[in-house]
Design a protein around this ligand. Structure first.
Ligand SMILES: N[C@@H](CCC(=O)N[C@@H](CS)C(=O)NCC(=O)O)C(=O)O
Length: 214
């Protein structure tokens, strides 16, 4: 199974961690956006990462991919079956993709991706405004809902909710943003990102980012 993209993207990292929690082998294949290969374009018509190829099947979007993986590899279940927990898993996935990444992504893009990888100067005023105004309410919410470190958002086992919410925090860690005002969130995130499904991926990213530091 091929996952197109780079794990520096929180969406790609989510898919890789989800596959790892299921014990499904996934090979990450970076994409040259300047010259995208046809197999990638067939999977991702709007050139977004991640995209997946699994034999003859191809699809884009991290949420579409994890739902495909859940149906194809139902054990261990990472998307709960009961109505309330299923609804909350979809909520946390959506909240992570839009609200957390909406704030964290601006900071990461303008401080790292733009200047380092796209040859565009980042706009520090956008990054600073997102850090000052957008991120704190998101973290205030999480501080109220996260369990104790080592626990899970939906019951007693890891689910898509935990994987999706934890993933963008690796980007905040790469930025060196401390979560001192949100100690419960920080402890829970640290416990999630220490899992074998995340830790080696994040260590590889950190080595890559250190090698590309300006
Ligand atoms: N909703 C999509 C979002 C995917 C997305 O926006 N990916 C970004 C990287 S973080 C991307 O491909 N950007 C390249 C571009 O927009 O050209 C998902 O969950 O996969």
């Amino acid at each position: 199974m091929i996952v197109y993209g780079s794990s520096i993207s929180p969406f790609v990292r989510k898919v890789l961690a989800f596959a790892a929690e299921k014990g499904v082998a996934a090979q990450m294949q970076p994409v040259d956006f300047g010259n995208p290969p046809p197999e990638f374009l067939a999977a991702s018509p709007f050139r977004k990462i991640p995209a997946l190829r699994d034999g003859d099947f191809a699809i884009a979007d991290s949420s579409a991919i994890v739902h495909y993986l859940e149906a194809k590899h139902p054990v261990p279940a990472l998307i709960p079956a009961d109505a309330a927990s299923r609804g909350r898993a979809v909520w946390f996935d959506e909240f992570a993709d839009t609200v957390i990444v909406g704030a964290a992504g601006k900071i990461f893009f303008h401080r790292i991706v733009g200047p380092r990888f796209m040859g565009t100067p980042g706009d520090e005023s956008i990054a600073a405004a997102a850090e000052r105004d957008e991120l704190p309410p998101v973290l205030d919410y999480l501080e109220r809902v996260v369990p104790d470190a080592g626990g899970f958002l939906l019951g007693d086992a890891v689910t898509l909710a935990d994987i999706a919410v934890a993933s963008p925090f690796a980007n905040l860690r790469h930025l060196g943003l401390a979560l001192d005002r949100w100690p419960r969130t920080r402890a829970w995130v640290d416990s999630m990102l220490a899992r074998p499904s995340f830790a080696p991926v994040i260590e590889r990213e950190a080595r890559f980012l250190a090698a590309t530091a300006m």
